[in-house]
Design a protein around this ligand. Sequence first.
Ligand SMILES: N[C@@H](CCC(=O)N[C@@H](CS)C(=O)NCC(=O)O)C(=O)O
Length: 303
Amino acid sequence: MNTALILHHYLASPYSEKVRCYLGFKQLAWQSLLMPPVLPKPDLMELTGGYRRAPVLQIGADIYCDSALIIAELEQRSLLPALASGPQAAQANLLGRLFDVDIFWRAARYLMASRVEHIPQALLDDRIAMHPQLPLQKSQLLADQAQLTIQLRALIDQLDQALSGAHFLGGINPCAGDFAVFHTLWFLQGAHALEALAPNTKVILPWMARIAAFGHGEMSSITASDAFAVAKHAQPVALGEMQDFLFKAGQKVAIQPEGYPQERIAGELVYLDEQKIVIARQSTACGLLHVHFPRMDYEIRAV
Ligand SMILES: N[C@@H](CCC(=O)N[C@@H](CS)C(=O)NCC(=O)O)C(=O)O
């Protein structure tokens, strides 16, 4: 069984950085396959059946969509060093979710506003089509810039307080929330925007340095055709019996990521529990694949 980890990602992607840092914390070896930051993404879509975002993890013929699910899956497979757990970690994981679903996008809009003249139009058009509900037109970005600056300063200040006296948000060891909060700040830092937003913070930068010090694990490269061959020669991992009454194994379903109206991934339901949804689909290049999604933020519908 080929259990090599293949990460489909791109270097500037903050959610991918979240997973790369986690791979560093776990000291795992992985293979890197870069995708373009905008559509079209034919190689990725061949595997996911329509999910377009970064990162995606491939293990043989199993395809894991969404950084939260990727981390949960890897944490189950490779036990040590373990992420922090317990009440403090649970609170930090909630904070991480706030960053993942809300604060990240405030930071992204802030950065887009501060570079409005330099954003490639193709990138902006792609993100507007991807997020029709967000105010991403150039005029809207500029109108919101001052307000976003104030909001981000306040949020970063609070984060500084949340971190004071702690090694990580999770405690002595990092939890998933540490990586989720980190990637938005890494995004701001990479664009040289963090200092202006965090002039009085004391502990954020040393905490970021502790996470960055984990590195990215042991990375090597793989081509798309080799990644396809890995999938083709593998069988999806056997799954337990599913318990959920509302859907039945074998039923045709579509997965609809919330807030991404143009993404819809169709397949046959093979597994469902409180944490994840797994659908089977046939790919021309790769044969039978199982595509995994988290329950959180992903709706499942009968078709
Ligand atoms: N909830 C997803 C969010 C992933 C996401 O939005 N990724 C961004 C890049 S950091 C993306 O894919 N943007 C569109 C694209 O690159 O095509 C996750 O946690 O993985």
